[in-house]
Write a protein of this length. Structure first.
Length: 134
């Protein structure tokens, strides 16, 4: 699944224009944004709790999921990276502790299976189960 996320407040007109130019569905809790004419498509996200939001979006849209393939910072594709190629972007403790890495092909972000990975894996597994046809 390809997604875009805007972390800065660029304003409703710019968000709607981005949706239109990239032909993206806008998921938001902002009803005013959903009323903008230039919006390609949009859907209201009912809950303000992330777990409920994920469940809602997966049930309503049933997107194809491809976990661990996209950068959370820029949405670029991830590829395997050897430790030597990313060493200059790692904190000392990470460099000492981990040996398997992925790197974004579009930005300098590096990923590894850190302390939070087990929790993320359980979230992804639940998402995959909820979108798998029975």
């Amino acid at each position: 699944m390809d997604a875009a996320y805007e972390n800065e407040d660029i304003g409703d007109p710019a968000l709607a224009a981005l949706s239109a130019s990239e032909r993206r569905v806008m998921l938001t809790r902002d009803r005013g944004l959903l009323r903008r004419r230039e919006l390609f498509a949009g859907a209201y996200v009912y809950s303000d709790r992330p777990d409920d939001q994920l469940h809602d979006v997966l049930q309503r849209f049933a997107p194809a999921l491809a976990p661990w393939t996209r950068c959370v910072a820029c949405n670029g594709l991830l590829g395997p990276a050897d430790k030597d190629s990313v060493r200059d972007r790692l904190h000392h403790g990470t460099e000492r502790t981990y040996d398997v890495f992925a790197a974004c092909l579009s930005c300098p972000r590096v990923y590894w299976r850190g302390a939070h990975h087990a929790h993320l894996e359980s979230v992804v597994a639940a998402a995959l189960r909820s979108t798998t046809p029975r």
